[in-house]
Design a protein around this ligand. Structure first.
Ligand code: 5GP
Ligand code: ZN
Length: 140
């Protein structure tokens, strides 16, 4: 637990939330500022940040809970689709530094659009070098 983390305070009941789902490891609640109404946050009860430093076993429990919440949103709100997103670092748009997945219902009529600015590689060599740098970093 982190004493000044707002999501840890929600887990401890020190701040309110509109709870959607809870199990031993995970809590899901409505985002206070939904991109689309029904937008949920799914968090580990233990404080972790960023996702890359989270133990795999806890991440497995979290992603299974994300899928449960996603199914409940689909069935309960009859959404036409979903976005599932997760940010790490302020440069990536993260505001609350406690790992969380956004599960966002999408409807044909919701009017939301992502500002997804697709770029391109200068050439295949640049693309291969980028892949090499990532692949070389895999650890056993
Ligand atoms: P991030 O930008 O870190 O990926 O997303 C943080 C999310 O937490 C935002 O969508 C924001 O609306 C939500 N949020 C921030 N504070 C609270 C809060 O006190 N309660 C709830 N339910 N959501 C919050
Ligand atoms: Zn926390």
């Amino acid at each position: 637990m982190s004493t000044d983390c707002i999501f840890c305070k929600i887990v401890k009941g020190e701040l309110p939330c509109t709870r959607i789902y809870e199990d031993e490891d995970t809590l899901a609640f409505l985002d206070i500022g939904p991109i689309v109404k029904g937008h949920c946050l799914v968090i580990p009860k233990r404080h972790h940040d960023p996702i890359t430093s989270m133990p795999a076993s806890e991440l497995q429990a979290l992603i299974v809970a994300v899928q449960k919440v996603a199914r409940a949103i689909e069935d309960g709100l009859q959404s036409d689709g979903l976005n599932i997103t997760q940010a790490n670092g302020s440069v990536a748009g993260q505001v609350v530094p406690h790992v969380h997945f956004h599960v966002i219902p999408r409807f044909t009529w919701d009017g939301h659009s992502w500002n997804w600015n697709a770029q391109s590689y200068d050439n295949t060599d640049e693309m291969a070098e980028c892949a090499r740098q990532i692949c070389d970093a895999f650890k056993d």
